[in-house]
Design a protein around this ligand. Structure first.
Ligand SMILES: Cc1ncc(COP(=O)(O)O)c(C=O)c1O
Length: 388
């Protein structure tokens, strides 16, 4: 486990490092955008995949019981969440699962609630499937975001919301929701019969003293209407494998969701993905602990550097995820000019805050899951450009 070593990812078909043309980015811009990491995954995973690759026979396959045991074990050990094997359904990515839930559990024209600024595919999933996005904007108090519960309930009632997509921990604002906040939201959903899809893909990236709570684990009554989405893809840098887990004890929901995948002919599993996931969940504890520590070092470095060298930029509190949410409003630029300035003058490829919806203007999202030298390079470029 070496999170300090720079790994050359150029010319590996990486969206982040080689996707400049694809995404019309400046070819010279240093990429600190899309949420994957520049770190090597856990050695247990590499070894198991190597063994499978060498075996050389790659026929149709399914998940062994040991995979389900590994998922259950991780959730129990790391998140104090007891689940059963029948509650787990392997899905080809969390975004596909969000879409499948929308299709399976709502009808065209029905309202789906999200809390912007938020991971932008949520809104896309709602709109692609001809449902109506309803926004409960997060409130910004200083450098921390909170929930406007009054607006949350008001919108649910007035817009007749059928489903709420929760992002926990929250991308891009970095909140790790408190138990009380989760309870308040879920109690409102329970009261008004709103189904909750809880995207907890960032659950393993939480910085002390914050603690992640799996929303559905807070109260037995929540099991009837909450679907939890998790994946080892962020935690172990396995995004290319397209594997995630949809977890719900609601059998009727499960049947309907499985049917959506069946309709598309999406059944069967990629053995590489299954093995990588099993190894991650079964043996990845030490890797995960060391990774969180390395990310904390990077985050602390950014905060210290910005405080002394870039007072124009405000860093929002980051309790979880490896995505920092930076406020550039003091530069007084229009969003388009800000994006252009960062990409073409500072030569930094960040995520434009406006893509995350309401409240995203004036912000940029920075991915700190890279070696510290690369991160420092990015901030030197930024400081020098702003100074000039
Ligand atoms: C909140 C959230 N959900 C889902 C995803 C993507 O999941 P997947 O690649 O499994 O579709 C991301 C990736 O950045 C994310 O931040």
């Amino acid at each position: 486990m070496n999170f300090e070593q720079k790994i050359e990812r150029k010319h590996t078909n990486s969206i982040k490092w080689d996707g400049h043309q694809l995404f019309k980015a400046n070819p010279e811009a240093l990429p600190l955008w899309v949420a994957d990491m520049d770190f090597k995954t856990d050695e247990h995973i590499v070894e198991a995949l190597t063994k499978l690759a060498k075996f050389g026979v790659y026929g149709y396959s399914f998940e062994p019981e040991s995979y389900f045991e590994a998922v259950k074990g991780w959730m129990q050990r790391r998140h104090n969440w007891t689940i059963e094997r029948e509650w787990i359904f392997s899905t080809p990515g969390v975004v596909s699962a969000v879409n499948a839930c929308i299709l399976a559990l709502t009808k065209e024209g029905e309202a789906v609630l999200i809390q912007e600024p938020v991971y932008h595919p949520f809104k896309n999933s709602i709109q692609y499937n001809k449902r109506v996005p309803v926004i409960n904007p997060l409130k910004l108090d200083g450098t921390q975001y909170t929930i406007d519960f009054e607006d949350f309930e008001h919108k649910i009632i007035n817009e007749q919301v059928k489903l709420f997509i929760l992002c926990s921990p929250h991308n891009p604002v970095g909140r790790v929701w408190l138990k009380e906040e989760l309870k308040q939201m879920l109690d409102i959903c329970l009261k008004h019969q709103v189904i909750v899809v809880s995207d907890e893909i960032h659950m393993d990236f939480v910085y002390e003293p914050n603690k992640h709570t799996v929303a559905v684990s807070l109260d037995d009554r929540y099991q009837a209407f909450v679907i939890t989405l998790v994946a080892p893809s962020k935690s172990f840098n396995l995004a290319t494998f397209k594997l995630s887990q949809l977890i719900t004890s609601n059998k009727a929901f499960m049947e309907k969701i499985k049917h959506e995948y069946e309709r598309l002919g999406l059944h069967g599993q990629n053995q590489f993905s299954i093995i990588a996931s099993e190894m991650a969940y079964a043996h990845g504890d030490a890797y995960m602990d060391a990774l969180v520590e390395a990310l904390m070092t990077n985050i602390e470095w950014v905060k210290a550097f910005v405080a002394t060298e870039l007072p124009q930029i405000k860093v929002m509190d980051i309790e979880g995820t490896y995505l920092m949410w930076l406020d550039f409003k003091a530069l007084n630029m229009k969003q388009k000019d800000l994006a252009d300035f960062l990409m073409n003058q500072a030569k930094l490829w960040l995520n434009d805050g406006s893509m995350f919806g309401e409240g995203g203007e004036g912000f940029m999202r920075l991915n700190v899951a890279t070696d510290l030298e690369t991160l420092k390079q990015a901030f030197y470029q930024l400081r020098n450009t702003i100074d000039n």
